[in-house]
Structures are given as structure tokens and as C-alpha cells.
Design a protein around this ligand. Sequence first.
Ligand code: B12
Length: 300
Amino acid sequence: MQSVLTTAQLADAVGVSESSVKRWIDDGRIAASRTAGGHRRVSVEEAARYIRAAGLALDRPERLGLPDLSAYARARSADADLGEALFDSLTRGRTAGAAGLLQARFLAGASVAQLVDGPLAYAMTRVGALWRSSPEGVLTEHRATETAIQAVIRLRALLPPVFDGPVAVGGAPSGDPYVLPSLAAAAVVEDEGFRAVNLGPQTPFDTLAAGVTAFGACLAWVSFSSVEDPGGLRRDVLKLAKRLGSSGAVLVAGGARVDRLALGREKGVVVGDAMAELQAVARGLVLSGRAARGAGEAGR
Ligand code: B12
């Protein structure tokens, strides 16, 4: 991926004159750097931010230098059904098609949470049903999951880097091998301006709590997709919530199997069915001023 754009490239991408782009920069609407020779340069993440904020349509997406987006734009013009289009790319193992689709919708204004709760969850649900209908279903499922993981990683590359924002730490519990839900949760909080530390699948709660302390996180997420011992896990989650609460961090629990823990209105745990709820908690922490900046180097 190209990391900086010239004013001509950005102008071509959104179908305006180069002088308009220069004016947006000089007005302070777009952050830019200057080359030694004084030419304006815009990072791809900043271009993406402005395109979304100003609601600009992409005229020549290939000029943004994002290979996945270019491949996607060449292959199709408009998808009536995003979830079906994503399912198609995932089951064919087409990472560029899947990543480009997510990037195109993100640039058109969709939030990461909307993309995960919408087309991604739809496509993965369909992927999960394949084993019933065909003997190759499991093969397709494994490849599609890896393709989806790569696509979400490439979508994260479009999010502006956060150097001193609040930190969120999360993962899936011990015994839970699922990669994609926690990875998607990390992208959702990054979209809200957090530095995300995704500890991934099979993360003991002690490790998660240690991560919250080490990085000074004000938000933690746990995604439950596999729950063998609901009673034990429920006790452990409530203990974790208490521990995090005393360090001032909010715990959000979600995932396809979180209902098995029967968490009601327990103190210290926010339970969410969808990524929209994680997004809302993250946003609320920022708006209320409770989103403290983290300690040390949290990544990104
Ligand atoms: C990929 C996958 C696997 C992979 C995971 C690989 C990997 N490296 O990640 C592997 C191969 C390991 C696997 C194994 C199994 N799987 Co599986 N798997 C799936 C599949 C296809 C996709 C899961 C996924 O990533 N979804 C994408 C994420 C983004 O969506 P989501 O998990 O639904 O989460 C949504 C919400 O819950 C929420 N959310 C998620 N996390 C969080 C966190 C927070 C904080 C919040 C607020 C919200 C939130 O946001 C998401 C979008 O709305 C699902 C199908 C499905 N319906 O999802 C089956 C599925 C979950 N698996 C299933 C089964 C049966 C199994 C196996 C038992 C198969 C077997 N016989 O071995 C094993 C069990 C493994 C185990 N230990 O639990 C069933 C579960 C049925 C049930 N009722 O329990 C499903 C539903 C498929 C099916 N239709 O039969 N699986």
C-alpha cells in the first residue's frame, strides 16, 4: 500500500481539480506534510478520513494506491447485496475482493461496526452452514475464515494511526479458538480512536487483566464464541469485571455464545449482542471524558 498521495492523485481519486485539493489543505481541512521541495503530501489514512467526513464519492479509486480497492473497483461497479458479494469473495479465497469491498464501503461512510455486524456476520453465517450441504464445506470454511481475517487486517490499515489515544485491550477466553470476532472488535474500537491491543484467542483472564494494567486501558472486551463450562466462565468473568472496575476500566462482553453465561445486569460488565454496542461504549467513554490516555507503548 502506498502511504502518501500527491495532490494530483487525491484530486483524480475524488474527481475534483488539483487546486481544490490544495485549497482544502491550505484551509486546514486536510492534514498534509511537505516534501523538501515544498510539495503537499497527504497520507492515505488522512485521505480516507476526509473522503468519509466530506461524503465524497470515488471517481477513480485506483488513484488512492490501495491495491485491494483497485482490484475490487475493476471487478464490479455496485453490489446490490453486500453480504452475498462478500460471501462470494470469501468462499473463493479472494482476499483482494473481500478487502476491497470492505474498504469501498468504509470510504463510502460505513463504520467498521456496521461492516462487521452487517455483511461480515452475514457472510460468515452462510460460511458456517456450508458443512451441512457439501463434503468440501469444512475446507471452504477454513479458507474463507482465513480470507476474512486478512480482509479485516487490510481494512484496519485504512484507520488513522492513534499515537496517544485511549487504550482498549481484549481477546477471547481460554479454550476459545476463534480469531475473527476479537480481531473485528479491535478494528471497531480503533475506528473510535482507541489504540487496540488484541490479545487474540485463548487469552487467560489473568493475562487480559495484566494487559489492562500494563497499557493503562480504560476499556476491555471479551468475545465468547466457544463456551464449554458456562458456570465457571461466568464466575471468572464477574471476578475479572471486579478487578478491572477497581482499576477504572469498563468490561464489554459479547460474541455468539455470550448468552450462555447468563450475564444480566451484573455490576461492571456491559453485555452486547453486536459490535454496535462495543462501538457505543467506546464512543461514550470518549464523549464523557472517561477515556483516559493509556500508559506506555500500546502498539499501532
Ligand atoms: C470460523 C468458524 C470456526 C473456526 C474458527 C477458526 C478461527 N481461527 O477463528 C473453527 C474451525 C475453529 C470452528 C470450529 C468449530 N465450530 Co465453528 N464456526 C465458525 C463460523 C463459520 C464463523 C465464526 C466467525 O468468525 N464469525 C464472524 C464474527 C465476526 O461474527 P460472530 O462471531 O457471529 O460475532 C457477532 C456478534 O456475536 C458480535 N460479537 C462478536 N464478538 C463480540 C465481542 C463484543 C465485546 C461484542 C459487544 C460483540 C461481539 O459481533 C459479531 C457481528 O455481529 C461460525 C458461523 C457463524 N454463524 O458465525 C461457525 C459456528 C460458530 N461453529 C459451529 C460449530 C458447530 C463448530 C464446531 C463444534 C465444529 C466441529 N464439529 O468441530 C467447532 C467447535 C470449536 C470450539 N472449540 O468451539 C457452529 C456453532 C453452533 C452452536 N450453536 O454452537 C457455528 C454457528 C456454525 C454452524 N452454523 O453450525 N468454527
